[in-house]
Design a protein around this ligand. Structure first.
Ligand code: ADP
Ligand code: MG
Ligand code: MG
Length: 911
């Protein structure tokens, strides 16, 4: 070890040295460029500077020792291989400097093309281009060289030196206007030469220095800019949204340039090996002749569908298809590709396992199994619960009268309805007021990110399936229609025209990200096919919808593979029935609070105001049959499956009217001379029962111990209902759960009383009633060994456990400072959304272990929102719980995630 310290860290890898498994070190782009190189695909030569170098740079603000020398060595070897020197005045080698982190962050970071051009080498490049076989007229070669140079100044200025991009945009627009054209290609060599002068002036004005002429200085500054782009604001936002760790850093790829802008026999494109929206097999992509890479993605000029390349350049097309098939077979997954054709020669510039919609993820996983590339266990890892949740979003109901006003590209599915806004800021503003908004832009760019996050959907008039809007929206799972070119969008005037109508900011539109259709006004929505399947109204064996068939197939496999049982939180028969159709294997949490609401409030008031035992007993006796009826309905729906009923939990004053309202009622009634005795008594009760911290007050088991007969009434209602259902031929399996227990003595007291009632009611019916407790007070978790002596099961109430472990009052903190905590990275995600493994999770683990040690086979579950959160489900699997319980709509998600937790594979991460 000590001996090896004398060797500098290796910060630079030639493409031939890397491979696809080195993403941590080389970033996704670099690792895959290396992989393609080693597969023998035509990748322009180059090298990758590691994420370690980036991290060292970001930590110290300086290039780490040895980096400069290693770059020099690799550059020399690249120059030798190419037979050209970087920026050589007569025959220059040019390179691109490309960012590439472990996870793809489309458009988030920087790339600079044509590095090595300067006032002299631009002439050399023209000679080189003119001299290449098959060259266009020499005017073409000059034009090409000056176009490349102006691109360098523009990209370098913008990304390396923070010159505002619009300055360059204005200048080129101005040049086009002077020429009377809107097409870049109409600018000739002289126009571009003049434009380069203008660009250089802009550069000098904004940076206080001349555009650097020294090629190596250009290279070093560009590399540094890529390092720094890791911490650009938009990259930071994107990472937060996508939950990509902030400390990975980016690699930098230095790649010999090939040119798609050498004339009509050159061009550049992007492709997917299958449709990333639907998963359908086939070739999907966009091609743009006579252009350099970023033109396609930026949606600046209109691309043609990739299929047309067959006609334009059949040889390159066939080759491309061959490479795509090889890449799919190799990666065993959908790949996306960036390529350039330089005068009939195809170059592969990028590949990765492609992003896809939720629907495509399922369909493709099924196809890959059928094609023998992966097995069903691996298929489970090609999809996830978040995607399944997306497929359960509602769709538009279009059975009558809704005519689309425009049709764009269905870039990211879903049905979104909202008010039109034209700027990211306005989207954020309105969304903060709770308004659903649709962000409408000609095309989006990375500065629109905040607005895209805030919006329900995104609508653009330009750009294809691979435009910025499309890629980012798909990543976010947000509805997007792109390239709806019938829309005439006028951002400054905050309106668009379509089909002879004007739509202003604030008008409502509906967009369908599956079909690409755009509707004016609000289109009603209906359940998705996947929900219809779960509901049982769509038969997976009969439909020819590949999505439903694949979801069925994967869910069937998931159910066979998972260890965790999945229950639901349901308080009514209707919810219980639906959850059962969604696959719930019981109820993990039946709250009884709602049984005290509505017209039963009056009974609760009587209970609270009872002055004598007799009055209290009367109120409870009146509540008993009502509760029994509720439980009967639930036990019927869940016949044969366990139903955990939680005894009343919230403080009783929550059932009384608010103080202010009562005070007003009393005053008004007094004014009118009415009898106010009852109002006054209620008012007094509300004052008496007021709590500073209701969350920590008289609630849960404490109520049961303070108000005689309250729990007893509930236990009786539950047991009587179970007996009645069972005697009628059903099968009820009640589990009575005591909330908020912190000490075994509390539970023992409640239990002693309950057991008497149960024994009396059950008689010879054969009904078995379990008594257990929630673990939601930290003290309960820490004394779980004692509590288990009195509990037949534990159910972790992780909402309260989180509140109490952190000392957060959830209702107060989420709005007040969580945003700041997220911003500072104190947590990556709210601990109410996904369980805090280190703290709250530790309490769960201790309680599970010590509870089971005291009572082997103790049944363990979790109720609360974490039960339907994918990451949390994996944690509960690891800790060894028996089941999770979640809301009905989350049940399929929990089924899938439990299986994914149970089945370990080495599958690739589709990010
Ligand atoms: P991003 O990560 O945003 O996709 P890239 O580094 O892939 O950025 O660069 C964007 C585009 O620039 C590529 O798709 C490609 O078309 C073009 N490009 C990058 N490097 C080269 C190169 N060496 N030769 C030709 N074009 C290149
Ligand atoms: Mg790229
Ligand atoms: Mg609770």
């Amino acid at each position: 070890m000590a001996a090896q310290q004398t060797v500098d860290n290796k910060y630079v890898y030639d493409f031939a040295e890397g491979n696809k498994d080195l993403k941590d070190l080389l970033g996704g782009k670099g690792a895959n460029l290396a992989e393609m190189t080693n597969l023998g695909l035509p990748v322009p030569p180059g090298f990758t500077i590691t994420t370690e170098a980036c991290k060292a740079y970001l930590a110290t603000g300086r290039e780490p020792g040895g980096l400069a020398e290693q770059i020099e060595a690799h550059l020399e070897s690249l120059e030798r291989g190419m037979g050209r020197k970087l920026g050589d005045p007569d025959d220059p080698l040019l390179v691109s400097v490309r960012s590439g982190a472990k996870f793809s962050m489309p458009g988030m970071m920087e790339t600079v093309l044509n590095v090595g051009l300067n006032d002299r080498s631009v002439e050399g490049l023209a000679l080189q281009a003119g001299g290449r076989a098959d060259s266009a007229a020499s005017g073409g070669a000059d034009r090409f060289a000056w176009d490349s140079y102006r691109r360098l100044i523009q990209m370098f200025g913008k990304t390396v030196c923070e010159v505002p991009g619009e300055e360059f945009e204005h200048a080129i627009d101005e040049a086009k206007r002077a020429k009377g054209t809107v097409n870049d290609l109409d600018l000739d060599a002289d126009d571009l030469r003049a434009l380069v002068d203008t660009y250089k002036k802009i550069f000098a004005e904004h940076t206080g220095r001349e555009f650097p002429q020294e090629p190596r200085e250009q290279l070093d500054l560009a590399i540094r800019a890529v390092f720094e782009s890791w911490n650009a604001e938009r990259a930071v936002i994107y990472r937060r949204q996508e939950r990509i760790p902030a400390d990975l850093g980016t690699a930098v790829n230095v790649v010999a340039m090939v040119f798609g802008n050498l004339g009509p026999d050159s061009g550049t494109g992007v492709a997917f090996t299958r449709d990333p929206a639907s998963g359908a097999q086939g070739i999907y992509g966009d091609y743009l002749a006579n252009a350099q890479g970023e033109d396609v993605v930026a949606g600046i000029r209109n691309t043609v569908p990739l299929q047309e390349l067959e006609r334009i350049d059949g040889k390159s097309y066939d080759e491309l298809l061959d490479y795509m098939a090889r890449l799919e077979g190799h990666y065993k997954d959908l790949c996306d590709i960036e390529f350039t054709i330089e005068r009939g020669k195809l170059w592969m510039l990028q590949t990765r396992v492609g992003k896809r919609t939720a629907a495509a993820a399922f369909v493709i996983a099924g196809q890959l199994v059928d094609e023998g590339l992966i097995d069903m266990d691996e298929a489970l890892h090609r999809v996830n619960g978040a995607q399944l949740a997306q497929l359960m979003f509602p769709r538009f109901r279009l059975d009558h009268d809704f005519e689309p006003v425009a049709k764009g590209i269905g870039a990211s599915p879903g049905a979104a309805v909202g008010k039109v806004v034209f700027s990211s800021d306005r989207a954020v503003e309105l969304a903060a007021e709770g308004e659903p908004v649709i962000l409408v832009r000609r095309e989006t760019n990375p500065d629109d990110l905040n607005g895209m996050i805030a919006a329900k959907g995104i609508l653009t008039s330009r750009g294809g399936k691979t435009s910025h809007a499309a890629v980012v929206a798909r990543g976010m799972g947000k509805t997007c229609v792109s390239g709806a070119d019938e829309l005439d969008v006028n951002v400054p005037a905050k309106k668009f025209n379509v089909a002879g109508q004007t739509v202003n900011e604030g008008d409502v539109v509906s967009i369908d990200g599956t079909t690409g259709k755009v509707y004016l006004g609000e289109v009603p929505v209906m359940p998705s096919e996947v929900v219809q399947y779960f509901e049982g109204t769509l038969d997976p064996e009969r439909t020819d919808d590949p999505l439903v068939r694949t979801v069925h197939r994967i869910m069937t496999h998931a159910d066979a593979r998972r260890r965790l049982r999945v229950r639901t939180n349901a308080d009514t028969g209707v919810d219980a029935a639906r959850a059962r159709r969604f696959g719930a294997e019981g109820i993990g949490l039946c709250r009884t609070e709602h049984m005290f609401l509505g017209d039963r409030r009056e009974l609760v008031e009587r209970l609270i105001l009872a002055g004598t035992d007799r009055e209290r007993e009367d109120a409870l006796a009146a509540l008993l049959p009502l509760q029994r009826a509720d439980f009967i309905e639930i036990f019927r729906e869940m016949a044969g499956l366990p139903v955990t009923v939680r005894l009343i939990d919230p403080p009783l004053h929550e059932f009384l009217p608010p103080l202010e309202q009562l005070a007003v009622n009393v005053a008004v009634a007094q004014e009118r001379g009415e009898d106010v005795a009852k109002e006054e008594a209620l008012l007094a009760a509300v004052r008496r029962m007021h709590e500073e911290n209701p969350m920590l007050g008289l609630r849960g088991v404490r109520l049961g111990l303070v108000i005689p007969g309250l729990f007893a009434m509930q236990v009786r209602a539950i047991t009587e209902a179970a007996v009645e259902v069972t005697r009628a031929g059903g099968s009820a399996c009640p589990e009575i759960m005591v909330p908020l227990v912190g000490a075994v003595q509390e539970l023992e007291t409640v239990r002693a009383e309950a057991e008497k009632i149960i024994a009396e009611v059950v008689g010879d019916s054969g009904v078995e009633v379990l008594i257990g407790t929630m673990i939601e007070v930290p003290r309960a978790a820490l004394t779980a060994g004692q509590i288990a002596e009195a509990a037949q099961f534990f159910s972790f109430g992780t909402n309260d456990l989180t509140q109490m472990a952190w000392g957060f009052s959830r209702d107060d903190v989420e709005g007040a400072f969580f945003w700041r905590y997220l911003e500072l990275g104190i947590f990556g995600i709210s601990p109410f959304e996904s369980i805090d493994r280190d703290g709250v999770g530790r309490l769960v683990r201790i309680a599970a272990e010590e509870g089971r040690a005291a009572r082997p086979g103790l049944k363990l579950g979790v109720c609360g929102e974490h039960g339907g959160d994918p990451d949390s489900v994996h944690f509960f699997h690891e800790v060894g719980l028996d089941y999770v319980s979640c809301s009905p709509f989350r049940v399929p998600v929990a089924r899938l995630e439990s299986a994914r937790a149970a089945v370990q594979t080495t599958g690739s991460d589709p990010r």
